[in-house]
Design a protein around this ligand. Structure first.
Ligand code: URA
Ligand code: SF4
Length: 190
């Protein structure tokens, strides 16, 4: 456990704990406001993220930013965004359970330092690991769970919305639920 954000970030940038370190251009540690009350967690970096060293900067990221903006959230202003694994899996395959297991200490340390009130899991991989193993994302997105005093919700992954735009309205409803909850439990997000 690192006690400061900078120490944690510096150590993470040098990580070689799993095989994903071999082909990476950048470790994608995370981006946003360090005292955020709301944290979003995706799956892992894709090609653009690997090249730029920042999460969600490709097409899915642009869609995410648009939906965030509609509820007055942004990585520049009031949230933090990270991923389950911090290095890009080859050809954008799903991270393997052993890679996630090795990487998750970095994320846990981020959560411990940030102490967000709300964690939003983007997609099944993050939701299954952080909320519950057998989560059915199609049915249980938008549902609130509470774990160790932190409110958690799964959302459909923005990449899934690009594949099937018909799901956008139900995905957007989850952002409205999030907005409502932020108004209820957060102090300085809005
Ligand atoms: N998809 C993710 O899950 N994370 C990113 O950072 C980019 C795309
Ligand atoms: Fe380390 Fe995580 Fe990168 Fe693997 S994916 S090398 S555990 S930072």
């Amino acid at each position: 456990m690192y006690k400061t954000w900078e120490e944690l970030k510096d150590a993470c940038k040098l990580c070689t704990k799993c095989g994903l370190c071999e082909d990476r251009t950048n470790v994608v540690f995370g981006i946003g406001v360090k005292d955020a009350e709301v944290m979003f967690i995706g799956e892992g970096p894709g090609e653009n993220e690997d090249l730029q060293g920042e999460p969600f900067v490709g097409r899915a990221g642009k869609l995410l930013d648009k939906m965030l903006e509609a509820v007055d959230l942004s990585r520049d202003k009031n949230i933090y965004i990270a991923n389950m694994v911090k290095c890009r899996p080859p050809k954008n395959r799903d991270p393997k359970p052993e890679e996630t297991e090795l990487c998750i200490d970095w994320l846990r340390n981020q959560v411990k330092l940030m102490r967000p009130k709300i964690i939003v899991c983007l997609g099944r991989i993050a939701a299954a690991k952080l909320i519950k193993a057998d989560i059915k994302i199609t049915k249980e997105h938008g549902v609130w769970f509470e774990k160790n005093g932190t409110l958690m919700m799964a959302m459909l992954h923005p990449a899934a919305l690009l594949r099937d735009p018909r799901k956008k309205p139900e995905a957007f409803e989850d952002f409205l639920k999030l907005q409502e909850k932020i108004n209820e439990v957060c102090r300085h997000t809005y």
